[in-house]
Design a protein around this ligand. Structure first.
Ligand code: SF4
Length: 394
């Protein structure tokens, strides 16, 4: 018995417990550092998105996956009116096989949160919420071009905690130009003090084509150097670690029982389906595809009865093995190399024996039997760490 997914047969026995990602491409203003597929649009365009999204879901109705996580990301899902969100959630549950007990996540911005909206999202079945706090002082928020104040951010977290979500998470950004160690440390302490169960801490990136990217090119802004960035990263692990938060992924910290089950799917090779402009999907075996990112083109394809796929690729076993290894080097759980060899019929330990010894000697990985995992020092250089490995013939 095989299930068909986007023209690909999923072998019997492959996991069909999948994650569903829904991209909401709308924001109330565009932040100067943001390179996501987002747009400013009024209610008419949002209504078109709603219809097209549900039509896209119909195109995957027989995909064979049953979803045990659903994630509304963006963009700004909280910028959708409650009645629209209600119709989208209901429509997806009707058209796709979503476990009634699925964990359902939503990203929200502080300016959209009130005790009433928080309760409405909770009543709609969202179990976890992630707030785009970004900074807990108004100077940093001003630099980041955010519309909310630090006080609004604090109040939004309070309302969400009161509404009774299983997990309330906050996003914080570090590495702002000239940011002092004490400033970041203070924000981390305050973030924890708000009573949240999860934090995502991202390093500010100057993406090409964004306002920040252009300012950097024009010499008007300077990116923080590698050494101070590494220091702020180390402080993050230290401050959160001593307060019981496990750094289970490079940017993610959770109290026990509050890891993001949806994001874990991306890092562990589980299948996921992305709906909406620019959303990515993976069949859990070897095939990956991604949607058109321009809302207009994404919608045109759907209106013409086509899946709005912009590109796809098939990965070989060796590529999958290398990718699993690279993703594993971003997580505290790491990777079991013996399992990896068996799963992908690929020699991993042999060609990397010297690298493994060297990384262990430098304190960047820890090794217990065949399982390797990055140490906090290794996580600080996760990208370089994952590039250190090779798989013959990849
Ligand atoms: S709110 Fe988030 S998604 Fe929207 S522009 Fe700002 S950073 Fe980008």
């Amino acid at each position: 018995m095989m299930a068909t997914m986007s023209g690909i047969d999923i072998p019997e026995g492959a996991s069909t417990r999948a994650g569903l990602y829904v991209h909401v491409p709308f924001c109330s203003s565009i932040c100067p550092y943001c390179d996501f597929a987002v747009t400013l649009a009024g209610e008419a365009r949002r209504a078109q998105w709603e219809r097209a999204l549900l039509d896209e879901a119909v195109m995957y109705a027989d995909c064979g996956f049953d979803f045990d996580t659903v994630y509304f990301g963006g963009g700004t899902p909280s910028a959708l009116k409650i009645d629209r969100l209600t119709r989208v959630v209901g429509g997806l549950r009707e058209k796709l096989q979503i476990d009634p007990e699925a964990q359902v996540f939503i990203e929200v911005n502080p300016e959209d949160v009130s005790p009433e909206t928080a309760r409405a999202w909770r009543d709609l079945g969202f179990s976890s919420v992630s707030v785009g706090v970004q900074a807990l002082n108004d100077v940093s928020l001003g630099i980041l071009g955010r519309r909310h104040t630090a006080e609004q951010a604090r109040r939004s977290v309070e309302s969400l905690l009161e509404a009774g979500f299983d997990t309330v998470s906050i996003d914080l950004i570090f590495g702002l130009p000239g940011q002092a160690r004490s400033d970041w440390e203070g924000q981390l302490r305050e973030g924890v003090g708000l009573g949240v169960q999860h934090l995502s801490c991202y390093q500010l990136t100057f993406h090409e084509g964004t306002v920040f990217g252009k300012r950097r090119e024009a010499g008007l802004m300077t990116e923080m150097g590698e050494a101070p960035q590494a220091e702020l990263f180390a402080i993050t692990h230290e401050v959160l670690g001593t307060r019981g938060f496990e750094g289970y992924e490079v940017s993610n910290f959770a109290l026990p029982g509050h890891r993001s089950t949806h994001n874990l799917k991306y890092w562990t090779g589980a299948p996921y389906l992305g709906l909406g402009p620019g959303a990515h999907s993976f069949d859990g075996v070897c095939k990956r595809w991604w949607n058109r990112s321009k809302v207009r083109l994404w919608q045109r394809d759907i209106d013409q009865g086509r899946r709005p796929v912009e590109g796809e690729e098939s990965l070989t076993d060796k590529q999958r093995a290398l990718e699993t290894l690279m993703l594993g080097m971003r997580t505290a759980d790491g990777v079991d190399l013996a399992w990896l060899e068996k799963r992908f019929q690929t020699d991993v330990i042999g060609p990397n024996a010297d690298t493994l010894r060297d990384l262990e000697a430098r304190g960047l990985i820890s090794r217990r039997a065949d399982r390797i995992a990055p140490t906090p020092a290794g996580m600080a250089v996760a990208d370089a760490l994952s590039r250190a490995f090779r798989i013959e013939g990849d």
